[in-house]
Design a protein around this ligand. Structure first.
Ligand code: ZN
Ligand code: ZN
Length: 212
């Protein structure tokens, strides 16, 4: 069975998530943006074995600690999509600009593409490429548990910013309606910031995507 614990990190309260399969006690971190000691402590507390770091995109609050977590835990970095290479290369400058601790660049052990499958213990996740907030943004969907980790594509009551380099508002809307909505209204999403919600609730009440 899928289990997870949300750990907001950095000044941006970015929802790093420890996700695990309680059948095998194997775990991954999605978007480890910072506070490495605290994150690794959470792995110990949960009694799980970290297998990988999964990245939705390479903004500093999501990927700033990816290299350090991967190195200290001895696990690979999976994702995002190659469209975010320029954001990975710019991690040191992003850290400086936003007042983060120094961040290391890295080369993902595996880049992701739309339709890829990731395995966590006994649980398969489907990768969807959802550009718009960044060109290489991906989301992680676990259909049986009806859960999706969406990074900064969609929030409860809002959508991702598109005013950064490579951002595109129409592309973001197309990603939401074309890739997220087909997962079903009862799917719970874990956004990069703020509380969880369902796609159905956002289609009813989110002013940016209401009625789509
Ligand atoms: Zn972002
Ligand atoms: Zn973010």
């Amino acid at each position: 069975m899928l289990r997870y614990r949300i750990l907001p990190v950095t000044a941006f309260a970015q929802n790093t998530c420890l996700v695990w399969d309680d059948a095998t006690q194997e775990a991954v971190f999605t978007d480890p943006g910072g506070e490495v000691d605290r994150l690794l402590q959470a792995v110990v507390e949960a009694g799980v074995t970290l297998r990988a770091v999964w990245l939705t995109h390479a903004h500093i609050d999501h990927a700033g600690a990816a290299a350090e977590v991967a190195q200290r835990a001895g696990v690979p970095i999976i994702g995002p999509h190659p469209g975010d290479q320029f954001w990975i290369d710019a991690l040191p400058q992003q850290a400086q600009r936003f007042g983060f601790p120094p961040a290391k660049t890295f080369t993902p052990d595996r880049w992701l593409a739309d339709g890829d499958t990731l395995q966590l213990g006994s649980l398969p996740f489907t990768v969807r490429h959802c550009p718009g907030h960044t060109p290489g943004h991906v989301v992680f969907h676990q259909p049986e548990a009806r859960r999706c980790w969406v990074g900064d594509v969609l929030f409860a009551g809002s959508i991702g910013r598109t005013d950064f380099p490579g951002g595109n508002h129409q592309q973001l809307l197309d990603s939401i309606t074309g890739k997220l909505w087909p997962m079903g209204d009862d799917t719970v999403f874990i956004p990069g910031h703020g509380p969880e919600s369902t796609f159905g609730e956002q289609r009813r009440s989110n002013p940016y995507v209401r009625g789509t």
